[in-house]
Design a binder for this molecule. Structure first.
Ligand SMILES: Nc1ncnc2c1ncn2[C@@H]1O[C@H](COP(=O)(O)OP(=O)(O)O)[C@@H](O)[C@H]1O
Ligand SMILES: [Mg+2]
Length: 146
């Protein structure tokens, strides 16, 4: 672990854990507004780097648990399967996220209606699934008339 200033990190324990995983075959795939993401084989782990990231993980877990492998009836969104780990990180099925033009044109309409944009990839069976869908809680968890 390189030296770092703990006060500049919300979750230094998670950073240390991530650093350890990087020596065990986990590879960095990207990061977004509140989580860094690493991958090994068919799964990714979403590691929060600020408190909203833990909430996003919780929300994605709840959305997936509620709908499992059918589309959200309100929006048509398919949620990539995931489960919450004890430390607040989220383990999720890895999606193919780099889309060529053909794959992009095949994205379903619901992808473009998502609140945080079409963060949608394809699983290995070619099904389009959202991989960053915490914002969808505004549609699904709140009591909006269907
Ligand atoms: N299930 C996944 N499969 C493959 N790559 C993913 C997956 N989830 C996230 N990623 C990659 O990690 C990046 C950050 O994850 P994301 O869920 O967008 O975090 P944030 O909520 O911080 O924006 C994504 O832009 C994407 O490149
Ligand atoms: Mg994102």
């Amino acid at each position: 672990m390189p030296s770092y200033e703990p006060w500049r990190h919300h979750f230094p324990d998670l950073l240390a854990w991530e650093y350890d995983l990087s020596s065990k075959g986990w590879e960095y795939v990207g990061s977004g507004r509140h989580r860094r993401v690493i991958r090994r084989g068919n799964v990714v782990i979403k590691i929060p780097y600020q408190p909203d990231g833990k909430e996003a993980n919780q929300d994605e877990y709840e959305l997936y648990r509620k709908h499992r492998n059918s589309p959200d009836p309100r929006t048509g969104v398919y949620y990539a399967p995931c489960r919450l780990l004890m430390n607040g990180c989220l383990m999720m099925r890895a999606m193919k996220t780099k889309l060529n033009n053909k794959a992009y044109r095949k994205l379903p309409l619901w992808a473009f209606e998502m609140l945080d944009g079409p963060q949608v990839g394809y699983d290995k069976n070619g099904r389009a699934m959202a991989y960053d869908y915490s914002e969808e809680r505004y549609y699904s968890l709140l009591d909006i008339p269907a």
